[in-house]
Design a protein around this ligand. Structure first.
Ligand SMILES: Nc1ncnc2c1ncn2[C@@H]1O[C@H](COP(=O)(O)OP(=O)(O)O)[C@@H](O)[C@H]1O
Ligand SMILES: [Mg+2]
Length: 273
């Protein structure tokens, strides 16, 4: 949905020339004298699925807004390359209530085949036949499916998702994980998924980044074999490691026991590490 605009657009150097979908060097974003992003470096390869986790208030949404081109007050950077063709999905679907589903998906889409592409996208997210429904007739999960269709119908080079499943119930969330993986395998955008759910990050991503103190504090490739079922020692160790980096200590022996913590813990802002 979002396109780069305003002052930031002038500063973008064009991701395609670098061989990466995203290349950031030395990004600083301050609010007042507080540097939320402080000389941050980040590279995402074309087609790579990267999850970004971090405490509440660590700057995850701030980073996504910069990449979406909707932050016009970036403090500074040495390099800030991102594609022109970026789509964003938020926690709420943000559908226009006065437009039917198909129109929501094709909104702003050019070309004579926009309607056909919109129908295909709705079918891809399991909503064939609902083209003429109104957003209010849909469940929260269905609305997020429409949001995914709307973002992918544009064949973005980069998909930015800011806790897209955070408001959904656990069962719907698991279904959405499978759908998102399928869609990304079909369309191959680079993905930067913000989540506070460690299990979601492990389930979906090729690589998990931890944002802390304004920088990428950890960069961990996920090499677990598919399916990444919770319960294996390797899964439990990775999960405990990621939670520890968020300031949540998990006893490895308890990691999948009856009192296991939820992977979705988001430590309070300013909590002790
Ligand atoms: N427009 C703004 N004005 C002032 N402070 C902001 C603004 N946007 C974000 N912040 C601050 O920047 C920090 C990071 O916010 P955010 O990126 O939303 O965190 P996260 O998404 O990781 O929870 C927070 O302390 C937040 O209060
Ligand atoms: Mg946020």
């Amino acid at each position: 949905m979002a396109t780069h605009a305003g002052g930031l657009k002038d500063g973008l150097k064009g991701g395609l020339t670098t061989g990466a979908a995203v290349r950031i060097e030395g990004l600083v974003r301050a609010f007042g004298d507080r540097r939320v992003l402080d000389a941050l470096d980040l590279t995402v390869a074309p087609g790579e699925f990267v999850a970004l986790i971090g405490r509440s208030g660590s700057g995850k949404s701030t980073l996504l807004r910069v990449l979406a081109g909707i932050d016009h007050d970036v403090t500074g950077y040495q390099r800030l390359d991102a594609p022109e063709n970026v789509s964003v999905v938020f926690q709420d679907a943000r559908l226009l209530p006065w437009k039917r589903l198909l129109e929501n998906v094709t909104l702003g889409l050019d070309g004579p085949d926009a309607t056909r592409r919109g129908r295909t996208a709705l079918a891809e997210v399991g909503l064939a036949g609902r083209e003429r429904a109104w957003p209010v007739e849909l469940s929260g999960g269905e609305q997020q499916r429409v949001a995914l269709a709307r973002s992918l119908v544009r064949e973005p080079e980069l998909l930015l998702a800011d806790e897209p499943f955070g408001a959904l119930d656990a069962l719907t969330r698991i279904r959405m994980h499978a759908l998102l993986r399928r869609l990304c395998e079909a369309h191959r955008p680079a993905v930067l998924l913000v989540t506070h759910d460690v299990d979601e990050a492990i389930a979906l991503a090729d690589r998990v980044l931890v944002l802390d103190a304004g920088r990428i504090a950890a960069d961990l490739p996920i090499t677990l074999p598919a399916p990444r079922a919770p319960g294996s020692p390797a899964y439990a160790a990775l999960r405990a490691d990621l939670l520890a980096r968020l300031g949540v200590d998990v006893e490895p022996a308890d990691a999948d026991g009856p009192d296991a913590d939820r992977g979705g813990v988001e430590p309070a802002e300013g909590g002790t590490p």
